[in-house]
Design a protein around this ligand. Structure first.
Ligand code: NAD
Length: 366
């Protein structure tokens, strides 16, 4: 099989991993890496034995597929140039800065008849892959995605940076349209919202509470689902899936506590999980790397013409829902009236310090 000629555009924090994985795939020829920062392009290219570029234009007619990992504001300009040249594109999430830009990429990919995949990597998390194999009709969902401030992706806020992963998974899992969105969020460091909580009401009756924060000390990424079929919990960090369902007896007759003798009743607390509510814990294969799985899937789609697991339309729909969350948090009135402070940047003036500010030495504070 001929090696697929590929390039990575943007080899910063994440893009260098795309490049490293592609450079090590036997059926790929990484012909170059591009970065607007020439030192970064050179450093990554030297490590991987490929050619550095400062701009992508010389590669337009040299590659058969491309992975775009620039900051989001550049996704549309870079991806549209490759799609116009008939090159299949894997573009990181969020697909673009606006739905209009995403629609444009979808139309270009359709016209060129090439794959457009969006990097919603959690869809390749083995715990999520296990979950979607099962007949679960989510009715109440809690999604939490918390991490510390990294100083990266500051061109966007917590909704487009973090929450969009959960919005994409919710749309894939729950299906149908979202009827109503309400949200509250706050800017802590300036610029965009750093923490957000949204409530989504789906037309099919499912309610989802989604929280994202990029100013939390201890990372947490989890999804909890209640459904008529049972409960599912995913820890995306440890990649564990926990499933709980009623035993056949409980499903048929309920838990007939009033008919139980004293001894059985006394044991109930210890026996409820296991006997009446059955639990299955699934751990991911430690060797499974989801970025490798995502890139391999893209290459397979390019070679075979299969539709990517996360299409341009999926990326667009997640972005549209993210924009609805952003619209909702922009109008949130902090003091109950639209005339008062509102929106993520319009927090009321603090009433004071919670404790006396700690004075740091100048060098420590710098
Ligand atoms: P980063 O700032 O570390 O890296 C971006 C790199 O792109 C930088 O080296 C920059 O010099 C370069 N660049 C900027 N403009 C360019 C251009 N026009 N052409 C070529 N190179 C250019 O950012 P990052 O954290 O690696 O994020 C990159 C993208 O990946 C963002 O869209 C982000 O949302 C996404 N991301 C996705 C995930 C995920 O879980 N799927 C995680 C992190 C980041």
């Amino acid at each position: 099989m001929d090696r697929l000629r590929m390039a990575v555009i943007g080899v910063g924090h994440l893009g260098q991993h795309h490049a490293r994985i592609l450079a090590n795939l036997p059926d790929v020829n990484l012909v170059g890496v591009v970065d607007a920062n020439p030192d970064q392009a050179r450093a990554v290219a030297t490590k991987l034995g490929t050619t550095p570029y400062e701009c992508f234009e010389p590669l337009l007619d040299k590659v058969e597929a491309v992975s775009i990992v620039t900051p989001t504001i550049h996704h549309h300009s870079v991806a549209s140039a490759f799609l116009r040249a008939g090159v299949p594109v894997l573009v990181e999430k969020p697909v673009c800065r606006t739905v209009a830009e995403a629609d444009d990429l979808i139309a270009l990919a359709k016209k060129a008849k090439v794959a457009l995949q969006v990097g919603h990597i959690e869809r390749f998390n083995p715990a999520f892959e296990e979950l979607v194999k099962r007949p679960i009709r989510a009715k109440f969902v809690e999604a939490e995605r918390h991490g510390p401030f990294t100083g990266r992706s500051v061109d966007i806020g917590a909704v487009l940076d973090l929450m969009i992963h959960d919005l994409d998974m919710l749309l894939a899992l729950v299906g149908g349209k979202v009827a109503r969105v309400s949200a509250v969020g706050a800017v802590v460091f300036g610029g965009h919202e750093d923490m957000v909580n949204a409530r989504l009401e789906f037309e099919n009756g499912c309610i989802a509470h989604v929280t994202a924060s990029r100013i939390t000390r201890h990372p947490k990424r989890r999804l909890r689902i209640w459904a008529p079929e049972g409960y599912a919990g995913i820890d995306f960090v440890t990649r564990k899936l926990t499933l709980v369902q009623q035993s056949e007896e409980v499903r048929k007759y309920g838990l007939r506590v009033s008919e139980m003798d004293q001894v059985t009743r006394a044991r109930l607390k210890d026996e409820v999980f296991g006997r009446y509510l059955q639990v299955l814990n699934l751990d991911a294969d430690r060797k499974h790397d989801q970025l490798t799985a995502e890139l391999r899937h893209f290459i397979d789609c390019v070679r075979t013409g299969k539709t990517p697991r996360v299409t341009g339309t999926d990326g667009r729909d997640a972005l549209e829902l993210a924009e609805r969350v952003l619209d909702a948090l922009r109008v949130h009135p902090w003091e109950g009236t639209p005339a008062g402070p509102h929106g993520p940047g319009g927090l009321p003036t603090p009433a004071g310090f919670l404790f006396p500010p700690i004075q740091l030495a100048r060098t420590e504070a710098a």
